[in-house]
Design a protein. Structure first.
Ligand code: PEP
Ligand code: MG
Length: 746
């Protein structure tokens, strides 16, 4: 029985392939497919429903239902049995369809005379494109074999849709991956870029779906799986003693690679006439649609491991993929589900832009993209399914938009915008060596934020007067082991060399919250931003902090050194951290190392509490830098990582500015050097207001220095301050409107 079904199904696939090869219009092809399928499955009806738009399915071809219903009958996602198959990505097999829950009768189709119903999703890589249905008068359950056979036809249909076999018949049938797609994500790093897609994990394009020679295909599958197993075993051997997460992934790979049921399902698909590649992809597709449905994180990760493994197997079978030497385009825009910071660093500045399907604003990859000044869009839903290697792509990091295969109007508008930005950059370059001196004669010191050796060339290029914040956590985040003291010290020394005597403020390790080290056990904290992070970790586990302080002292090797501690919430914490520095100095002295010629020790003001520390704190600390990103999130109680609230409160809100003014006043009274190094320092209007309330040293990403300087040089801080004061007196919530009015009038 199974044998007959298998040969039937092989015969059907062969006929489908011939249909593909024929030179016919899309609709004629679809009609033929429904005819062949009904004939082969001995059912009276076979129908194809495809998505017309995101939530409408349309009857696109039928054998057995009334022909006038084609392109007329539509249903919403979830509506009726067809809609339910599409929504759940699960087959429905009903002997008596009209009595099934959710059944919806479509009178125009004439389906009332059919009792049994079998519907399977038409899906490709976890994305449902439509539903394939067979119906018959006789009330009977379809067998598992029949379901299987229909799924195989659905898979071929999906591939044919993908290859454009039904193009030219309206949106529902148009070739996928050929038309323009706009994906709305979230800004990870501003800037615009145009280029060509480079998939971090390239998708193998399977074109040989059907095969007449199952024995040969089985052999190919077995050979490839064997190579896959050997490869996984080798990776496991190489990873012994390494990091736990990686081991867990590899163990999952091994489990799947040896899974008998996975193998059996693929073998059965081949027996039914699929090629080895198509059989692997069919399994992958099922796993992906399950992945979209499970909420358990652990299970999702394992399904994603299976997905990776399927990709490897496809690459082995087809000889396509990254290992086969495909060339990176000249203007690559990296597209990936997610990427680790180390991998992103490997690509380095060769990338024009990065688009991630997952990722987050505060992810390590985002930190690296920012350090490399590469436009980044995160949360770009479905981008890895939509994009193909080499596709034309435009990334608008400012708006968090991605235009894939853009049409001419978009291309023109986008290029105009980029040209305007380039013109502005030229303007900024012309003032690079000029001071940020305002019309009222005040000179503001503009420094840059950095975190990588790769940032240092920007020091000269941007005209920054030094590094106001060097985030040291990146060196810890991009490795899978703790860096050694000698490595850190060599790196810090290179940073100081590159700065050529300009001031560099090193911030000690700021981990915890969103920055979790791969080799440190993560803490399950309900509110990580308010949790065990930064200086709190440093003081509780002083080993790491001591090592870092020593590395900094050695790197200075007699040169001046500035160090600041992050996230200090009270005086005592600063004292304790400073005592660690004193101990480190004593140790270094004893070991005969040269001490810095001058040592400045400061703190970041990132919690409101520190603004109200006793005067003695202000006397003791040599400088303070306001970490506006954190300070603002605590001031407004609005999580900086939460898309829903992170933009809710304006930095130029009167309450926040008034608070900052109090800090400025305390620093003035105690003669404490003060600067501001949060992201807001790099936004021209915000920077102008900060300068107007007395923050005369600002540290920002290098690309912001030009625009900020340009605005400062054209503004009068006294007038801006007057506008701020008037807005406050008027009871405005934010001073933005008043300041913008001033700028327009000036
Ligand atoms: C800040 O909080 O403003 C800051 C500069 O530190 P980070 O963004 O690294 O937390
Ligand atoms: Mg901070």
């Amino acid at each position: 029985m199974v044998q007959t079904t298998e040969s039937e199904s092989r015969k059907l696939l062969g006929r489908l392939r011939d249909t593909m090869a024929e030179d016919a219009a899309g609709q004629a092809r679809l009609d033929k497919i429904t005819h062949l399928t009904a004939d082969s499955m001995k059912t009276e009806v076979c129908s194809v429903y495809l998505f017309r738009d995101e939530d409408t399915l349309e009857l696109c071809a039928t054998e057995g239902l009334k022909p006038e219903a084609v392109h007329q009958t539509r249903m919403r996602l979830g509506e009726g049995l067809v809609g339910r198959v599409a929504r759940t990505s699960n087959a429905i097999n009903a002997a008596d369809a009209p009595s099934e829950k959710g059944f919806r009768f479509m009178p125009e189709t004439g389906e009332e005379i059919y009792s049994s119903f079998l519907g399977v999703p038409i899906q490709r890589l976890g994305e449902t494109l439509g539903v394939l249905v067979v119906q018959s008068k006789q009330a009977r359950q379809f067998t598992a074999d029949e379901t299987y056979a229909l799924e195989v036809v659905a898979m071929v249909l999906a591939e044919m849709t993908e290859l454009g076999a039904f193009a030219g018949e309206g949106a529902a049938l148009s070739a996928r991956h050929q038309h323009q797609v706009v994906v709305r994500g979230t800004t990870g790093q501003e800037g615009s870029a145009e280029g060509h897609v480079w998939l971090h994990e390239p998708r193998v394009v399977v074109t040989n779906l059907v095969s007449d020679d199952p024995e040969r295909e089985l052999e190919r599958l077995h050979e490839a799986v064997e190579r896959l197993r050997v490869g996984v075993d080798q990776m496991l051997e190489g990873a012994v003693g390494g990091d736990n997460d990686q081991l867990q992934v590899l163990e999952a790979y091994r489990m799947f690679a040896n899974s008998k049921s996975w193998m059996r399902r693929m073998e059965e698909d081949i027996q039914r006439g699929l090629s080895a590649e198509a059989a692997v992809e069919k399994e992958q597709s099922t796993a992906r649609s399950r992945m979209a449905q499970v909420t358990d994180n652990y299970l999702r990760e394992r399904l994603s491991d299976l997905d990776d493994l399927s990709n490897r197997l496809l690459r082995l079978l087809s000889g396509q993929g990254s290992e086969t030497g495909a060339d990176l385009p000249d203007d690559p825009i990296l597209v990936a589900r997610n990427i680790g910071p180390a991998e992103l660093l490997d690509y380095g500045r060769s990338l024009k832009g990065v688009v991630l399907e997952e990722g987050s604003v505060g992810s390590h990859a985002a930190i690296v993209a920012r350090a490399l000044a590469i436009p980044l869009v995160v949360h770009a839903g479905r981008i890895t399914t939509e994009a193909l290697n080499g596709d034309h792509i435009m990334v608008d990091g400012d708006q968090g938009l991605v235009h894939l295969r853009p049409d001419d109007t978009v291309v023109t508008a986008f290029r105009d915008k980029m040209a305007m930005q380039a013109e502005a950059q030229e303007r900024y370059a012309s003032i690079r060596d000029k001071p940020a001196e305002t019309l009222c004669g005040k000179t503001i010191s503009l420094m840059m934020n950095a975190g990588l050796m790769a940032d240092l060339p920007s020091l000269q290029g941007s005209g920054a007067q030094g590094v106001g914040l060097f985030r040291t956590e990146l060196q810890f985040l991009v490795r899978n082991k703790m860096p050694k003291r000698s490595e850190l010290s060599a790196l810090y020394a290179r940073v100081l060399d590159a700065a050529q005597g300009q001031r560099v403020v090193f911030r000690t390790l700021d981990i915890g919250s969103d920055k979790v080290l791969p080799y440190m056990k993560p803490n399950d904290e309900p509110n990580p931003a308010l949790g065990w992070r930064a200086i709190r970790v440093g003081l509780d586990k002083p080993g790491m902090m001591r090592m870092q302080l020593q590395a900094l002292l050695r790197a200075a090797n007699g040169r001046p050194l500035s160090v600041m501690f992050p996230f200090v919430a009270q005086f005592e914490e600063f004292r304790a951290a400073r005592a660690e520095m004193d101990k480190a100095i004593a140790r270094e002295e004893k070991l005969g190392h040269i001490l810095p010629e001058r040592l400045e020790i400061g703190a970041m003001l990132e919690t409101p509490s520190l603004a109200y520390a006793p005067d003695q704190f202000f006397d003791e600390v040599e400088f303070l830098s306001i970490g506006g990103n954190d300070l603002k999130q605590f001031f407004f109680a609005a999580d900086r990582e939460n898309e829903r609230v992170r933009r809710r409160y304006d930095t130029l809100n009167v309450s926040f500015l008034t608070f900052l003014e109090q800090i400025v006043a305390r620093c003035k009274n105690t003669n404490t050097q003060l600067s501001f190094c949060g992201e807001d320092a790099g936004r021209p209007v915000e920077a102008l207001c900060l300068a107007a309330i007395g923050l005369h040293s600002l540290s920002m990403r290098p690309a912001s220095i030009g625009p900020v300087k340009h605005l400062l040089r054209r503004s009068d801080l006294n007038a801006v301050k007057a506008a701020i004061d008037e807005a406050r007196e008027r009871g405005d919530q934010s001073v933005r409107g008043a300041v913008m009015d001033y700028l327009r009038s000036a």
